[in-house]
Design a protein around this ligand. Structure first.
Ligand code: 1HN
Length: 378
């Protein structure tokens, strides 16, 4: 909460009484008794539309990888620090490791052969892989491979550890609801085993979770529910890519369907409920066809995006950036976002701009606070 000074004068508040010694005495009394009169603060407490303290900001992947790799050489990963994860700190949020008021986003880095120790916490989390492979995340003792384009949700209170079985370091991004849980003061955290078992150091192609839950439209009703939250622990790139390709192909074939021309969007969902994949985090994937541009769109709540492929121009409120593979950017609450796909020579054949997005929309939706608005073309 910003602490704007109490205004005693009537300059821009014609309803305020003249300043007299009695009035000054009254206001001093408020302060001493830890009381705040609403009439001095209502504009700040109840703005007419969301005003975010978080700022739009972009972090370049190149720079994140550079510090992650230097950390890999200098800083061990182990019990206590738990993860070699480097968080995005929004410039509007006072140096806290918060990408937005509710969301944590970090680059995580694991050296060849390293284990990140097992633990569990109430915070909901996911991993998204923009490049590389060779790490698996072990969720409830089920090793799950991670490869480029995979989305790996991991709902609160599931035990998890990571292992890099490759001979290269690997980086990925983590998203968690840490700032939200910090504010509502509902966090719990437990340490798990210090090492992983032999079986957890061997490579499965498909996790147990995928063998049970990775069959589209088929729920394994003969099985016990393995874990709380979404039971599918890896949403493979091949499936996401095919879903987006099919949407844009259908549009090209003349089947109207996309809300916006040249813009395909999929949401990661929990196969047991078809709702958002995590209780507090919505995760989606956008593909904007070469040359297409999206209309400015506002949403309550905040988002973090990562460019998965292609390049383009992103505008958030009054600022805009060129973006390319791996770059991350933040869209604060109610700020209009538009993106334009601008293929460059080094981009893949399709020239599309592929964007991974996560947001706090499930929190807002559950509280009846989610709103969105698309601006009409000028
Ligand atoms: C965590 O458990 C992970 O499991 C990543 O990879 C980032 C940030 C704060 C607390 C726990 C992970 C985290 C984290």
């Amino acid at each position: 909460m910003t602490d704007s000074p109490v205004r005693l004068t009537a300059e821009d508040r014609p309803d305020q009484p003249p300043v007299t010694p009695e009035l000054e005495d009254l206001y001093r009394g408020f302060e001493k008794a830890l009381l705040v009169p609403l009439w001095t603060r209502i504009g700040d407490l109840m703005p007419q539309h969301p005003r975010s303290k978080a700022q739009p900001h972009r972090w370049e992947w190149k720079a994140l990888l550079d510090v992650a790799s230097r950390s890999g050489d200098l800083v061990p990963v182990g019990r206590g620090g738990e993860r070699r994860a480097i968080a995005l700190a929004n410039p509007g949020l006072g140096g806290r490791p918060y990408a937005t008021a509710t969301l944590w986003a970090a680059i995580q880095y694991l050296m060849p052969g390293e284990d990140a120790p097992e633990h569990r916490h109430t915070q909901n989390a996911f991993r998204f892989v923009v490049e590389g492979q060779g790490v698996w995340t072990v969720v409830e003792r089920d090793p799950v491979p991670m490869r480029r384009g995979d989305f790996l949700p991991q709902a609160g209170m599931n035990w998890h550890a990571h292992h890099n079985a490759a001979d290269e370091p690997m980086a990925w991004i983590d998203g968690l609801d840490i700032p939200f849980q910090y504010d509502v003061e509902a966090q719990f955290f437990d340490f798990g085993r210090d090492g992983l078992s032999e079986h957890e150091h061997s490579t499965p192609d498909r996790s147990r979770a995928e063998r049970l839950w990775g069959h589209p439209g088929l729920a394994p009703v003969s099985q016990l529910r393995p874990i709380e939250g979404t039971p599918l622990l890896r949403y493979r790139w091949e499936d996401t890519d095919a879903a987006l390709t099919d949407q844009l192909d259908l549009e090209r074939e003349g089947h109207p369907g996309t809300v916006e021309p040249g813009h395909a969007l999929v949401r990661y969902t929990n196969p047991t409920t078809a709702a958002d994949v995590l209780p507090t985090i919505r995760a989606q994937f956008h593909r904007v066809r070469r040359g297409a541009e999206t209309a400015p769109r506002r949403e309550t709540g905040s988002s973090v995006y990562q460019v998965f492929d292609g390049s383009g121009r992103v505008r958030v409120g009054d600022v805009s950036w060129s973006v390319q593979r791996g770059d991350l950017f933040v869209v604060p609450s109610w700020m209009p976002l538009s993106v334009r796909s601008e293929a460059s020579a080094s981009d893949s054949d399709s020239g599309a701009l592929d964007l991974f997005q996560f947001s706090d929309a499930p929190i807002l939706a559950k509280l009846n606070l989610f709103r969105s608005h698309v601006e009409e073309p000028a």
